[in-house]
Design a protein around this ligand. Sequence first.
Ligand SMILES: O=C1O[C@H]([C@@H](O)CO)C(O)=C1O
Length: 545
Amino acid sequence: KIRRYKWELKYEYKSPDCFKKLVITINGRTPGPTIVAEQGDTIIVELKNSLWTENTAIHWHGIRQIGTPWFDGTEGVTQCPILPGETFVYRFVVDRPGTYLYHAHYGMQREAGLYGSIRVSLPAGVSEPFAYDDDRSIILMDWYHKSAYEQAAGLVSIPFQWVGEPQSILINGKGKFNCSSLASPSLNVSTVCNVSNPECTPYALTVIPGKTYRLRISSLTALSALSFQLEGHNMTVVEADGHYVEPFVVQNLFIYSGETYSVLIKTDQDPSRNYWATTTVVSRRPVTPPGLAFLNYYPNHPRRYPPTIPPPGPVWDDVSLRVNQSLAIKARQGIITPPPPQTTDRMIVLLNTQNRFNGFVRWSVNNVSFNLPHTPYLIALKQNLLHAFDQTPPPDGYDFKNYDIFSVQSNENATTSNGIYRLDFNSTVDIILQNANTMNEKNSETHPWHLHGHDFWVLGYGPGKFDVYNDPKKFNLVDPIMKNTVPVHTYGWTALRFRADNPGVWAFHCHIESHFFMGMGVVFEEGIEKVGKLPSSIMGCVHRP
Ligand SMILES: O=C1O[C@H]([C@@H](O)CO)C(O)=C1O
């Protein structure tokens, strides 16, 4: 089946957390409309860019774009930007059931509100390996009052101006900022921030007592790692990034930017009241108040406050809680997730560091801080425009013997580059994400890494420095989950494996908006000679003779 969507992007004033600011809307909404489809459907999105002065591109997060690498929507990698006034048509197949996302992949536009969900169901007659009465979707976002431009300008300033912690957490596009904290004699607060604005009524997740629901929970935060919980209700995790997982029960779900999960909940609590759905910041010292929504037991009023105070989240800085959840996720027994190849052809160890470069604060991978080229790689490689980017690939590893990941390092050999990794077609590639100390004493951050064009097997997580000789012996080659986004925990490593079997050029990057902007990413090419004829619509920025 073909599913057609007609979308128009605009800047509009909205108050998602009661504070009025310019946001990017799709057909008047942020988050945008949910794409609902069945496995195997073709999605056509006719996208009109009515942002008066701004380019754009939309990435279909988790969709592998097999045979359509030019519609991955990654500006600078797979396409030229869509110019203001232009209409661009994305056309791709959703080949697997599950919960996916879409969002801007141009500058830092995602955090201006350009994001939404994709829900792909199984074809009629085929059933999931678990039972539920109904589905609900929850999309989590963190929210800043400054514009993406103010933030981006700060990140490339000398001295560096960090974006700081977000002002609010949004649950399905709604939060509640404490407007009274803005009060000052010179500011007419009520015109900017108004807690009784209906645009910021807390989201109500309405359920009928005595049923089982599948909640599809996803996060597209600009920065925050989150914990999601439902007061009085356990959650059974059954899906992660479009793959079935061996069910396990949690009281709170840790979720990083770019991840999606499905959990089952039973509405078996006292039906005479509502309950809190809360979302708290973890991994960074929380400054942002928790995001709050109502789990609304029908027929209670959807805006009736629960009689309790919202439950507190888990301790923000207990890394072991988060590592334990990562370790608990295994592929569901006896289900389609293919087993991983048992050996690898190439291992690339990616050391993530924060460093200074010509006075700028940047993130680097193996001492290379990534910059996007003006000519998208897919076009440059296909048309053999080899002057369009640095032909020296970044290194496959770092100085393992001498590099101390536990303390502040000067990283004085860091450079910036737009060089890429070229992978042998159909080879098996292992990626080891290696975390380290930042430029601040006793500080290592959690980074969610997202791979375009693929799912990878998650072979393991470990503390400290990855040992190339011994740690691979501990890889889980039996029932590893497949995902497209995975955290590397503080001072630790994460090991991934994938097959380079999807002809195209694919970004792999930290999903923290500001970190990718500051250089925390790499690009893989595979099978470029197998890529079909590029559509001319992606080439608007390339000079052709
Ligand atoms: O990239 C970052 O910069 C700041 C800080 O390290 C420097 O101010 C921070 O918390 C980041 O995640």
